[in-house]
Ligand binder design. Sequence first.
Ligand code: BTN
Length: 266
Amino acid sequence: MSDASDAVAEVAVALGTRWLGRAHRHHAETGSTNDDAAAWAAAGAPHGALVTADEQHAGRGRLGRTWHSPAGSHVYASVVLRPTTADARWSALGLAVGVGLRDGLRDGALGAGVDLGLKWPNDLLVGDRKLAGILCEARWIGGAPQIVVGFGINVRRQAWPAELRARAITLEEATGAAHRPADVLVAVLEALEPVLDEFGARGFAGLRERYESACVSLGRVVRVSEADGRATEVFAAALDHDGALLVRDPGASRLRRVEAGELLMP
Ligand code: BTN
């Protein structure tokens, strides 16, 4: 994708969704598509509005990390969601989006046979290397919740910076085949829409089994770094109804909930 209007037209022609990505803005380069989507949302963007870019100069990940966003190689996309309810279910949105992206990458661009795992909470892995990440950001505008879900998917073979070389992977490396970022985008949006419909109607409960069956973080000892900065070794047992991780501390008999955090898997 390069010229903004060509990119929007190309996606519009290919996209078979009802509401997701029907309003679309594309930038050849930008700071962060999450910021663009938030600004558009504040100016009235509809539910499902999509912002994409060929390149980001200030792409960001979870926990204040930088999201490496070179030109023309990968998917950088953000979607505006306007929940009609303000209940706690939205805390699991990132997990639901992971289910949708995985569906799109496996059944669409990625094809069968590549083992694509979900690492709690918001990463998609091939083996132990990261293929895609999700960043959900919420704001309250005039008493109404407004959510931006951003995702980055590594598509084309990439000369990674040294610190990412062992940890990141692209679709091209995972499949041995070249893919176009625009095709990957269409595949994941089409898979994501029914998952978001399900999530909006019934919350995470209806997606929990699908997440758990693909989740590579469960049934093993992991190191979990929590919001208070504590990092502890725990057994990751299951997911709660709302997507919180249920863990067992060493020597404990009861499970404890971890609602947010970062996992290190030995
Ligand atoms: C993570 O794994 O930490 C989340 C990465 C999210 C990256 C995407 S790329 C599109 C959107 N714009 C951003 O600045 N971040 C997200």
